[in-house]
Each structure stands twice: as C-alpha cells, then as structure tokens.
Write a protein that binds this ligand. Structure first.
Ligand code: AG3
Length: 278
C-alpha cells in the first residue's frame, strides 16, 4: 500500500509527498503536531496539517530568514526569534561571532520537544549557552520592551490560529517600540504566488506601525505553497545592503543557499510582485 500526504494550497492545488511512515502524531495544547518520514524530502514537520519544514529544504528557508537581516544590520548583539521552535533559525543566528544572545520565544513547548527528538540538525543550537528558550505567546513577550533589541525575527506559521496575532499592526507597533534606533524586524511573509493580499497588508501595516523602510525579498522553498516564498525586512531607518561580510569564511562556504550575491539578488523582485506591492 502507498501512503501519500497532501497539503492543499488552494481548493484546487497542493503539494503531495509519498510517506514512508509516521514518526509522531499528537495534539498539543495549541495544535496538531505530526512528523512524517517522506521518500523525497526526509523528515517532515507538520503543524495543523501544514508543512513547516523538511530536512531537505529547511536550509533555504532558515538561511534566508536569518542572513539577509543580519547582513543588513551587522554587529547585532541580541536577536529575538518569535516562533521557530524547531531551532533552525537559532542555528543560523549562532553563526555570528558578535552575537551575545538569542532569545527564542515559542508558544508551544511540544514543538521544541519534537524538534529535539526528531530534528537534531535543526535543534542542535538550542543548547548553546548564548540561547534562552522562553515558552510564551510572541505577541506578549514584547510588552514593556523599549529601545532594547537589535533584531526581531518572526518565524511564524501562516496567519491563522495562534500566529494570527503576529500579522497585525498592533504586533508590528510593539516590535517597533522594542527595537533600538537602528533595529530591524524580519518576518516570513508567505507566498507571492498565492498570498499577495496578505503581503500587501503586511506592507501597509508595517508602514503604519512607524517603520521607515519596508522591503521584501524572495527565495524558492519547494515544499511551501507556490514553491516560492517571501520575507519582509522593516527598518527604522533606510535599508542599506552593505558589502560587509560579517560571517567567518567557512560559514559562507558551508551554506546551502545563501551567499553575498544572493543577498543582493533576493531583493530584485519579479514584475508581478512589484505590481502587487504598488
Ligand atoms: N515557518 C513558515 C511556514 C509557513 C508554511 N506555510 C504552509 N505550509 N502553508 C515555518 C517554520 C520553520 N522554522
């Protein structure tokens, strides 16, 4: 018997993967969590039936969530990651020698436990002494923070359920307040193929929340809707893509997707995306 998993991206299209076996399946306090072993993409993490990450293409997503912002704001000392309980974003952030501390704020303790058990390549950074893991609602952790953070990274699910609050003007305003003068926010911002309405409202809300410069960039993520993904950087001052190389050379060589040419190229948007943002 053959087992196949499908995530529907619209009522009429989706991604289908052949499954070897189910490794984990449980309803946590917040969501349904499943880990499946696929033929093509290695282990697959699902939250509420949506693809969060796979062993084969996670590096593209996590490198592209972390390195563009940390190259645009080199010298960052502290990073707050909201969501991202699998640890992939933490792993990438730890590559910066100047970094003093990373706080991971994940709402669901069970996601971190599952990542530690089934995705050691992603979660390995969580035990680093520079990392603090906090189990809290990402929209609440910013309360009371004022002018304190260099970088906030939002590694959320789609804007449904618990993550909905992370796509609001209110949340962006508390990020703006929590960030230092030159601080930046970088968030995953869904698929340019299917979610241009969401992308447009992210842009409008970030500008209304007070950010001076808001720019999107893209990369392919084969297992996400449309196979093509976007991220947004919001800055309190003009975004400048510097020529600095803040990482030790061996990290650039070992990366799967990111390099300094990609850093510039990723901000060049296709016409349909530019028009959607007008
Ligand atoms: N964060 C982005 C997941 C969005 C995917 N959406 C979907 N499959 N419908 C994933 C967390 C990885 N650290």
């Amino acid at each position: 018997m053959e087992l196949w998993f499908t995530e529907k991206h619209t009522p009429n299209a989706g991604l289908t993967l052949k499954i070897k076996r189910t490794l984990y399946s449980n309803r946590s306090e917040y969501q349904q969590i499943d880990v499946l072993e696929t033929e093509e993409f290695g282990r697959l993490l699902l939250l509420d039936g949506l693809v969060m990450t796979t062993e084969r293409d996670e590096a593209i997503y996590h490198e592209m969530l972390v390195h563009p912002p940390l190259h645009i704001h080199p010298g960052s000392e502290n990073v707050l990651i909201i969501g991202g309980g699998d640890g992939g974003a933490v792993r990438e952030a730890l590559k910066y020698p100047g970094l003093r501390g990373v706080t991971l704020c994940e709402i669901d303790r069970e996601v971190v436990e599952v990542a530690r058990r089934f995705f050691p390549r992603l979660s390995k950074g969580l035990d680093d002494p520079r990392v603090e893991v906090v189990f809290e609602d990402g929209s609440k952790i910013l309360q009371g923070l004022d002018n304190q953070l260099d970088v906030i990274l939002v590694d959320s699910t789609d804007p449904i359920g618990a993550a909905k609050a992370l796509f609001t003007k209110k949340f962006y305003s508390s990020c703006h307040k929590a960030l230092k003068e030159g601080g930046i926010l970088c968030a995953q911002s869904e698929s340019p193929i299917y979610h241009t309405d969401i992308i447009r409202s992210i842009k409008a809300d970030l500008l209304e929340a007070g950010f001076q410069d808001v720019r999107f960039y893209t990369a392919p993520v084969p297992t996400y809707p449309g196979g093509f993904w976007s991220w947004v950087i919001a800055s309190k001052k003009e975004i400048k893509i510097s020529d600095q190389a803040p990482l030790p050379r061996e990290h650039y060589e070992a990366m799967y997707y990111f390099n300094r040419e990609i850093l510039k190229a990723a901000f060049c948007l296709p016409n349909f995306f530019k028009k959607a943002l007008e």
